[in-house]
Design a protein around this ligand. Sequence first.
Ligand code: 6GU
Length: 232
Amino acid sequence: MSVKIATLFPEMFPGHLGLSLAGKALEKGIWSLETINPRYYATDLHKTVDDAPFGGGAGMVMKADILSNALEAHQPLGRFIYMTPRGKPLTQALAQELAKEPMLTVLCGRYEGVDERLLEAYNAEEVSLGDYVLSGGEQAAMIMLDAIIRLLPEVIGNANTHAEESFHNGLLEYPHYTRPADWVSPDGQLRRIPDVLASGHHAKVREWRLAQSETVTAARRPDLWEKYKKTK
Ligand code: 6GU
């Protein structure tokens, strides 16, 4: 997958995407990263990339003309995504879908945002991480890309790893345990792992894990729980 990032802060990349799972995949060439710095395409002496909003108000807006020049110099763009809290929420399903794309270009906004005409002209797909505001689209882009890259074929060897994780089946994950089976926590309490996990009964373990997933989902995420019950 080839990824292009349009950002005023190219030094922020690859950031954590250069480490661990995503970083190894980057080294192996499973995905590639290219940054596009709009400032390089600014035409005036001051390298202006933003301007005051028409109609007044606080903040600055990234200029359509400069951004367009930057994007045109980097065609083809593949699927074009703009990170904004106004976008559709990033879900595991969207991450799965984006993981199938051969090319993505992610536009990271700073300041108040981007001239709407640029988003229209490039048919930007607007994506949000959730209902809170980050200081820029860069952090959001890195998190979205992390969710996508770990799903690329060859990144996680064992395909079953994804089958078990949160959201794959519409449920949150069941709890995990490892040795020692008996552990005394600092408050003096003996904490034993659930017996079924050491029983060797694989069908019973599966059943227990599903029940745990259902309980935790119903308690914490009534929205997911309602959806899950309907599809079952
Ligand atoms: Cl995509 N961008 C910014 N700036 N803040 C966010 C976000 C995106 N998603 C949640 N908050």
